[in-house]
Design a protein around this ligand. Structure first.
Ligand SMILES: Nc1ncnc2c1ncn2[C@@H]1O[C@H](COP(=O)(O)OP(=O)(O)OP(=O)(O)O)[C@@H](O)[C@H]1O
Ligand SMILES: O=C(O)C1=C[C@@H](O)[C@@H](O)[C@H](O)C1
Ligand SMILES: [Mg+2]
Length: 245
């Protein structure tokens, strides 16, 4: 079998070449934008210069169930950018669902896949990246992501997370008392999520409203970056290697 890095690259290319895919499970839920004909024309709009965006690359981080996949998808439609969900990419690479990867290959293998995926998606241009809930927790992933562009962290209370995840299979929440597990894990991770660039609450708000706030906050972030650049002169090139295609 080819090495993991090659399989990740192959799966990413296949994902970007196909029609944009909304996150699973949301099609019949209130608040999810259905895949429209306009969405299929996305690639030609990407570099047309007609769309003004606060950023050409943004990642969404945060705890499970905070809405990274759903908000990321809608944000990618609103900004006319590619959409990559790292959990989904890993399921394509391994050919198994996330619970199967955890059960059959182990969490260590899943985290190794995440590291490979982060190495790739930080080289992409024109993309919204929805991360897995644990991706940003690992220091090297965090360093690469924050070196690439803004990382928006979505937040929700343990109760909201519990309500949003209770009918789905999240391997880390397979316990007798998932709400307690959510509280403990969230406490452990909170200080790390705080290291994101921008922070947006998602409790009790429809996804459209969250996307609107994310875009407004990204514009404010962009203006602050521009002011900083004007005051401090040219800054060194970012560390990542830009893809040449
Ligand atoms: N603002 C919202 N209001 C109501 N439901 C939401 C909202 N955002 C997301 N959801 C729903 O909550 C569930 C979890 O959302 P989603 O899968 O986007 O979370 P996630 O942060 O990507 O989680 P994970 O880290 O496990 O991938 C989905 O069914 C989604 O449709
Ligand atoms: O918070 C986590 O560690 C996880 C979140 C999900 O997105 C998946 O990446 C997986 O279930 C692990
Ligand atoms: Mg997700």
């Amino acid at each position: 079998m080819p090495p993991l890095s090659e399989r990740v690259q192959h799966a990413l290319l296949a994902l970007l070449a196909g029609p944009p895919e909304p996150p699973e499970g949301g099609e019949n839920e209130e608040g999810v934008t259905p895949l429209s004909a306009g969405a299929r024309r996305l690639p030609s709009m990407l570099t047309s210069g007609l769309i003004e965006r606060p950023t050409d690359w943004v990642a969404l981080a945060g705890f499970m169930g905070t809405g990274k996949s759903r908000v990321g998808w809608e944000l990618s439609r609103a900004l006319a950018l590619h959409f990559v969900d790292t959990d989904k990419l890993i399921t394509r690479v391994v050919g198994k669902s996330i619970p199967e990867v955890f059960a059959q290959e182990g969490e260590g293998y899943f985290r190794a896949c995440e590291r490979e995926v982060v190495g790739r998606v930080t080289r992409l241009e024109h993309a919204v990246i929805s991360l897995g809930g644990g991706t940003f927790i690992h220091e090297e992933n965090r360093r690469q992501l924050l070196g690439r562009g803004p990382v928006v962290v979505l937040w929700a209370t343990p109760e909201t997370v519990y309500q949003r995840t209770k009918h789905s299979d999240r391997p880390l929440l397979r316990t007798e008392d998932p709400l307690s597990r959510i509280r403990t894990l969230m406490d452990e991770r909170e200080s790390v999520y705080r290291q994101g660039t921008l922070h947006v609450h998602s409790d009790g708000r429809p996804s459209e409203e969250i996307v609107e706030e994310v875009i407004e906050r990204l514009w404010a972030w962009r203006r602050a970056q521009d002011t900083w650049n004007e005051l401090s002169g040219p800054r060194p090139e970012p560390e990542y290697d830009r893809a040449t295609d």
